[in-house]
Design a protein around this ligand. Structure first.
Ligand code: BGC
Length: 754
């Protein structure tokens, strides 16, 4: 193994050579420096398979790429709630990259699903940052185990496609930290992606590609990031500001223009050469990490196709089953819908894979059962084709069960633009209704990257959500429908009844210049739960062909400091007749009343394989971050002292078991008294409370009337009113002077020092 000294190598480079390394050679390569034998390396999309293009590069999936394997997209894989599975899939992709000489694969994409309308939700994992972060971490660890880099993207707060290259996401620090950055934080700290891709958008008025707070303070200083940051394709606004803030690599090529700007900035003294040196060194570290670990790998497409099917089987979510599934092979089934023959299994744009083969449900089903087929609808335009629909109705009538393969056509969702509504094509909804009229045994199999409204949900007996399930989606669907595989996916996002229910509804996608994240931390189930709002299917929901029983929830302590770790154990038993995998979901509910918190939040999970009758004890841990919120007042994570519930839940809306734990905060919040400090604040602080109580007693004696007035305002009411009263108001109501108020302020501050 070669021992490299990249710092020394940087010293040998000319200013021009160094600047040249800070932008791409073309669409997909870094630059070589031949004089010093620094090689060019290739990066490629990503994330759910390899999209390696030749010289006709583009970032929108327009030109072809090499034949490869399309794995299920992120919207599906997050539903697996299975870290090991994602690591296995990541490792396979890493091996493909080694075989194809790709040094970095551009993904995973971990942006939070703020609205069901975001055109790119299919590439994103979840509305929940814990789940998104855990799944991303597992994926990165898998890819990087083969010494291929990842590029976690799009950092940060890129939650819509509308004006994605310029719009400013206006977000509070609390929501940024708890929701939008949190999805990046765990993977960055624990899986150490070789590269981070900054997003196109601005955050609170500063482009992500030149934001020193984002790229330096948070990413490098707080999270200890050591890889390099690359721009999303064309995200650079001001190159010199970018490199100063911590953007090492501009992609794609700047045609040399920005390299010159960097050179000039150093010559003019605007950019310190040390900053450039450090940037180049970081890029070299990642290049050589790949080059020095180059493997003779093989891209075994058939093997990876099989893995793609397995991943999808573990990810698809059974949403409804009125004793209709699994199907028996002898049952006369009609497969209806174009997607049975030509499935939609991936989204449009830069992640588009050129699949070497596609397994459709019809061909797969025909291998094991006798199936009739009718196309039912077309996707070229959204109009009811009466002939196709009539054929489908006939096929449904003649069968014992109708399985409808429906969902969103490509045009309905893609990178580059958002959806304008949450509906399926009306011709497909019409078809489902027509089939339900003649066939009571109807099952819907969905192919979509983001939730759809389901007006027919009450009329059908089964709903299987495949999401965009990769090139083997048809194989997975048949295995699930016929019970060769047992569904074990759980929703990584809420499916609301209507788009209007979504918390971002009034503020999505903004006015083009800005988009206000008014809902704060109340994203997805954090909002629906708080509002106690009925939803079609809640976050974490998913059915199985077997049943599970949970018991014996135990915490290893009943009280702890916020710096301690809590160990949680729970038993889960397969009480049905089929082997399956249970998803044990652990939520924390803040019951301290300290601040306005969601009803509960996912803080750990485990997927457990169980044979019929088998019981296992699952152990999970919780730490400070599991209980903390981000407190802007101290710019830090904070756990208030008090009681929290630790809950095992079937999904975000159904708690199965609960135990309480009392947390003791080790953080003292700095408190300084001023003229507008309220009586309530002073009463809640143990150091100032006694003096304030005494003063209030006196006040009560002075103002406490008798008879009728005493009944109108009781002492308790008085106390509540006083809670929000600032000290300065005592001048108006207690007859004291301004000077006396100032003296009180000084006195109370002294008490705080003691
Ligand atoms: C996308 C990225 C992608 C890049 C390269 C951009 O348009 O936002 O996710 O990796 O193109 O194709």
């Amino acid at each position: 193994m070669i021992k490299r000294d990249n710092k020394a190598l940087v010293k040998e480079m000319t200013l021009e050579e160094k600047a040249s390394l800070c932008s791409g050679a073309d669409f997909w390569h870094t630059k070589a420096v031949e004089r010093l034998q620094i090689p060019a390396v290739m990066v490629s999309d990503g994330p759910h398979g390899l999209r390696k293009q030749d010289d006709k590069g583009d970032h929108l999936g327009i030109n072809d790429s090499i034949k490869a394997v399309c794995f299920p997209t992120a919207c599906a894989t997050a539903c697996s709630f299975d870290r090991e599975l994602l690591t296995e899939m990541g490792a396979a992709i890493g091996e493909e990259c080694q075989a194809e000489d790709v040094s970095v694969i551009l993904g995973p994409a971990v942006n939070i699903k703020r609205s069901p309308l975001c055109g790119r939700n299919f590439e994103y994992f979840s509305e929940d940052p814990y789940l998104a972060g855990q799944i991303a971490k597992a994926h990165i660890q898998g890819v990087q185990s083969r010494h291929v880099g990842t590029s976690i993207k799009h950092f940060a707060a890129n939650n819509q496609e509308y004006r994605r290259m310029s719009c400013s996401s206006e977000i509070s620090q609390q929501a940024l930290r708890e929701i939008y950055l949190a999805a990046f934080e765990t993977p960055v700290k624990e899986a150490k992606p070789k590269t981070v891709m900054c997003s196109y958008n601005q955050i609170n008025g500063v482009f992500a590609s030149e934001d020193p707070w984002l790229l330096d303070e948070v990413l490098r200083k707080e999270w200890g990031y050591e890889g390099y940051v690359m721009s999303d394709w064309g995200a650079v606004n001001d190159r010199v500001n970018g490199i100063k803030a911590g953007l090492e690599l501009e992609m794609p090529s700047s045609g040399g223009q920005n390299d010159e700007k960097i050179v000039q900035a150093v010559k003019d003294g605007v950019l310190k050469e040390e900053v450039l040196d450090e940037a180049v060194c970081r890029i070299l570290n990642v290049i050589y990490d790949y080059v020095d670990h180059k493997e003779d790998a093989v891209f075994d497409m058939e093997r990876d196709h099989k893995l793609s099917a397995k991943v999808e089987e573990e990810s698809a979510v059974l949403l409804k089953n009125d004793e209709i599934l699994p199907l028996k092979k002898e049952t006369k089934a009609a497969f209806i819908g174009l997607f049975a023959k030509k499935p939609r299994f991936q989204g449009g744009g830069s992640s588009h894979i050129n699949s070497f083969k596609i397994a459709d449900a019809l061909s797969e089903g025909e291998k094991i059962a006798s199936i009739t087929y009718a196309q039912g609808y077309d996707i070229k335009e959204d109009v009811v084709d009466e002939k196709l629909e009539a054929e489908a109705v006939e096929a449904a009538k003649a069968a014992e069960v109708a399985v409808l393969f429906v969902g969103l056509p490509d045009l309905f969702e893609s990178e580059g633009y958002d959806r304008s509504h949450m509906r399926m094509p009306q011709c497909q909804n019409h078809l489902i209704e027509a089939v339900c009229k003649v066939q009571p045994n109807t099952i819907v199999v969905l192919h979509n990257g983001s939730p759809v409204e389901m007006p027919w949900a009450g009329d059908v007996k089964g709903i299987l959500e495949m999401y965009l399930g990769g090139q083997a989606v048809g194989e997975a669907a048949v295995n699930l429908l016929y019970g060769k595989a047992n569904p074990s996916g759980h929703l990584a996002e809420t499916i609301p009844f209507h788009l209007e229910d979504n918390p971002s509804y009034l503020n999505f996608p903004g006015d083009g210049k800005t988009v206000k994240y008014q809902e704060g931390i109340f994203v997805g189930y954090r909002y629906y739960g708080k509002k106690n709002m009925p939803v079609r299917y809640p976050f974490g929901y998913g059915l199985s062909y077997t049943t599970y029983a949970y018991s014996n929830l135990k915490l290893d302590k009943t009280r702890m400091k916020d710096t301690d770790t809590l160990t949680v154990t729970v038993d889960v038993e397969n009480t049905g007749a089929m082997a399956g995998k249970a998803v044990v979901q652990l939520y924390v509910s803040d019951q301290t009343g300290y601040s306005n918190r969601p009803v509960r939040e996912l803080k750990n999970f485990e997927k457990v394989a169980l044979q019929p009758g088998e019981k296992k004890t699952v152990t999970m841990t919780l730490n400070k971050r599991s209980f903390a919120g981000y407190l802007e007042e101290i710019s830090d994570w904070y756990v208030p002292s008090g009681s929290f519930a630790v809950q095992i839940a079937a999904h975000a809306n159904e708690v199965l078991l609960e135990e309480k734990i009392v947390l003791e905060s080790t953080t003292e919040i700095p408190f300084t008294v001023h003229r507008n400090t309220t009586i309530g604040e002073l009463l809640r602080n143990p150091k100032t409370a006694p003096a304030v109580k005494e003063q209030m007693q006196k006040t009560m004696e002075v103002i406490g009337g008798e008879g009728a007035s005493n009944e109108a305002i009781t002492e308790e009411m008085n106390l509540q009113m006083m809670d929000s009263m600032p000290l300065r108001a005592m001048r108006s109501f207690n007859g004291i002077t301004n000077e006396q108020v100032d003296e009180m302020v000084a006195g109370l501050n002294q008490m705080l020092q003691s």
